[in-house]
Write a protein that binds this ligand. Sequence first.
Ligand SMILES: *Cc1c(COP(=O)(O)O)cnc(C)c1O
Length: 400
Amino acid sequence: MKVVFIPLIDLKKQYITIRDDINEKVLDILSSANFIMGDNVKAFEKEFADYIGIKHSISVANGTDALIIALKALGIGRGDEVITSPFTFFSTAESISAVGATPVFVDVRRDTFNIDYKKIEEKVTSKTKAIIPVHIFGQCADMDEINEIARKHNLRVIEDACQAVGGEYKGRKIGTLGDIACFSFFPTKNLGCAGDGGIIITDDDNLATICKGLRTHGSGENGRKAYNLINNISEEVEEDKSNDNTIYNPLKYYNYLIGHNSRLDEIQAAILRVKLPLLDTWNEKRRANAKYYNERLKDTNLIIPFEDKNVKHVYHMYVLQSEKREELVNYLKENGIATGVYYPVPLHLQKAYANLGYKTGDMPNAEYLSHRTFAIPMFAELTQEEMEYIAENLKNYGRR
Ligand SMILES: *Cc1c(COP(=O)(O)O)cnc(C)c1O
């Protein structure tokens, strides 16, 4: 078979399967001219919370904002330390810095690529306020052990679930495993919109109220409720019931907290409402694709992904390891197969964090992985023919 090019993820193929539905909904919104925080946003928040099985969901503009607002809602800021993984997308640590706190990196496990819980306690100080485990590439971190450490030291747990929507841990859904969880709907995530989007979820009534206040400039009814909560003021505040942003709301111009402008818009929410019911099917397809790759590649000198027995991995990325990564990636490229390197520089060695004083050798596993890992095409619409072609090329390379 001669394949021209197989991308890491093919969003056009996904769009074709849901085009009519999406087009109709988007056009409806354009004619309604109600773009911000309307019926679709309200409905999507409820549908997402029901899907996960959690009480509150607060949609925001992206996954990074979700993390920043969650950290602020927990009262984390200047002088505080937050423990996280160095083997993740930059935004996990960036959000900690954005609220004025300091990220403290703990090395990862070589097999799951997730934070090594055995190394967390040695990094806990009197300044530590929270742990952000990242469910990297779609596989859940060791949440029981992490929660146990958090309980012992009175720390809060924020799940960075941006890569793991729909995943599970010991039969429980990712996002229900800590105090609060953050998701991204960036187009290439397992559940993606047509632009930027994100959501915060929690079972905690107070955290939810504060997040709602913070996402819209700490203003209006939500801002006032959040302010009252933070300052222990008991006062009844009526919820803003309006679903139409074109209606004048005087309280919108009264600000109670320094917040953000971080909202999901109606068009994104409508698109997500079409996609959410398909997420489980798509994730199952990803799992089946991973199983196929595993089967075909297990007898090569490539290291295939390790799947922990406690988890339902949703393969946001299918990540292999090779000692000859650069050569192999080039070979695949010559044969029309895209690859991606996640992540080439662990966060403790990023230029932006030079001020934290880490050096090479501080996080041996994250550094080791950063030289070996690479992702191959993974998405629900991959065909059997394409996967065979990819597996054949990987095997051919091994034989050379
Ligand atoms: C994508 C991602 C984010 C940030 O999400 P955005 O929507 O791009 O802001 C945060 N953490 C992880 C692990 C991610 O993969």
